[in-house]
Write a protein that binds this ligand. Structure first.
Ligand code: ZN
Length: 113
């Protein structure tokens, strides 16, 4: 019996992802559906990169990296810092979104650890 991972990577959606043709751009979706599509897209992307053949991973990386960078940049833009260093959206000196992005992406901690 195929594992859930195997079924996901063999799905039509995953093939569309590898082919760079996501269905979410072609029709109107509500916010819940959009959120589910986004989460599924990210899961498929991760599964594809971790388990795909090298040629497919290269193609996937070239097709998706600029989109991921754009998404992170959009998040950071949406939570811009004021001149005093507080988040203009959260109003906090420690924006949770910025902190989560930093923890996920920065290779080392800023305090030298
Ligand atoms: Zn914020």
């Amino acid at each position: 019996m195929p594992s859930e991972l195997h079924k996901l990577t063999q799905s039509k959606y995953c093939k569309l992802l590898f082919d760079g043709c996501l269905p979410c751009h072609s029709r109107r979706v509500n916010e819940s559906d959009r959120d589910a599509l986004l989460r599924r897209h990210l899961a498929m992307l991760l599964i594809g990169v971790q388990n795909g053949e090298d040629a497919d991973v290269l193609r996937l990386a070239r097709a998706e990296t600029h989109r991921l960078v754009g998404a992170v940049a959009a998040c950071l833009r949406g939570h811009a810092l004021s001149p005093s260093g507080s988040c203009t959206t959260c109003g906090s000196p420690e924006c949770l979104l910025r902190k989560e992005i930093s923890l996920a992406l920065l290779p080392v901690t800023l305090d030298g650890g």
